[in-house]
Design a protein around this ligand. Structure first.
Ligand code: PHE
Length: 346
């Protein structure tokens, strides 16, 4: 046997012995890692060096050298695995002897999901988007200009009563004082957003706004002090009541997925003239979903539009009503209880 090969094999033997001892003696993960780098490190581990030496051996010595190198590698690998198992942080399962059995039946876990109101809002946005309405947003804390004045609701109007609104108290002032002057309140309707959009954009306008509104109603099956509205507004040079009816009919048909009838009843809102209540025929019953009408010229003037050149319609629908009607929910309070048994059904 050539000298070179003999030397190579004995180095190999010594290295494997040494590595076995080092791994066996490794007391913690740091020692283990140091040994790993020293012996089998990919860049400068000692096995790597020997591998290179193998390449330099005479041709006829290579088969034996290669075989022995592989044997040494296996020994070191085995020593490393034993040490690795010994040092691995023991898991609870191991201690109690529990072994994962993938054939056992699983336990179903309920993943989180969006709230039915959120689902409804997404659905409404999608339908109105197809009808060409862009989604906009407005603040929930409003001033009296946007919630009342610009909407043609004058200072002495009963809609501004502190008993019917959530005014934000101002130090040193009673709610009554506050309601009469420039004050802030939680918006009582999404019509505020109409004003904000028109103040900042020249016509045409074709938007919907969905969000929370607040009214101090005692909770019962159909009332809750916070609920959601979808406000729609379309302003252009020639928008009329027939288009209002078409849009609401298309909306109702899309949302209910069937041929629904829609009916307008005369009504009154300070910010629309004429005004209507919109009812949908739902399961053979007329249900009121909100108010609508042609935007009052006073409102157009308040935002700097010219009522002689533009006109438009607006509507405000109750999102909870739509959601409850569609899913057969009988009590609005269920939408706020956050009982998982209820929410899991959506
Ligand atoms: N803002 C009205 C309400 O809250 C609904 C409405 C919106 C009516 C737009 C007419 C036009 O009852």
């Amino acid at each position: 046997m050539a000298m070179e090969l003999e030397e190579f094999l004995s180095t190999l033997e010594k290295l494997a012995d040494q590595a076995e001892q080092t791994f066996a003696a490794a007391a913690d993960a740091d020692h283990f890692e140091a040994a790993r780098v020293q012996y089998v490190g990919a860049r400068s581990g000692q096995m790597k060096t020997l591998q290179k030496q193998l390449g330099a051996l005479p041709k006829e010595a290579k088969p034996v050298g290669g075989k022995k190198l592989n044997e040494a590698k296996s020994r070191i690998q085995a020593a490393m695995e034993t040490a690795g198992d010994r040092l691995k942080p023991s898991t609870a399962g191991k201690q109690s002897g529990i072994v994962l059995d993938p054939t056992l039946p699983g336990t179903r876990r309920h993943l989180g999901r969006t709230h039915p109101i959120t689902q409804t809002i997404e659905h409404l946005k999608e339908i109105m988007g197809r009808l060409g309405f862009a989604v906009v947003e407005g603040p929930e804390v409003e001033d009296t200009w946007h919630n009342f004045v610009a909407l043609n609701i004058p200072e002495d109007h009963p809609a501004r009563d502190p008993l019917d609104n959530f005014y934000l108290s101002v130090a040193g002032q009673s709610a009554v004082d506050v309601s009469a002057h420039e004050a802030q309140l939680l918006r009582s309707q999404t019509s505020t957003v109409q004003i904000r959009i028109m103040e900042n954009k020249a016509p045409p306008v074709r938007i919907i706004s969905l969000g929370r509104v607040y009214r101090p109603d005692p909770p019962d099956r159909t009332h809750f002090p916070v609920f959601h509205q979808m406000e729609g507004l379309w302003i252009d040079t020639d928008v009329n009541m027939a288009q209002l009816k078409s849009v609401l009919t298309l909306f109702a048909t899309s949302y209910l997925g069937e041929d629904v009838s829609i009916r307008f009843r005369p009504s009154f809102f300070p910010f629309t003239e004429p005004s209507v209540e919109a009812d949908f025929l739902w399961n053979g019953e007329w249900v009121e979903f909100g108010g609508a009408g042609m935007v009052d010229p006073h409102v157009l003037t308040a935002v700097g539009y010219d009522p002689e050149t533009v006109s438009g319609f607006a509507f405000g629908l109750g999102v909870e009503r739509l959601c409850m009607g569609r899913h057969g929910v009988g009590d609005i309070r269920d939408l706020w209880r956050n009982d998982l048994r209820f929410l899991h059904q959506f």
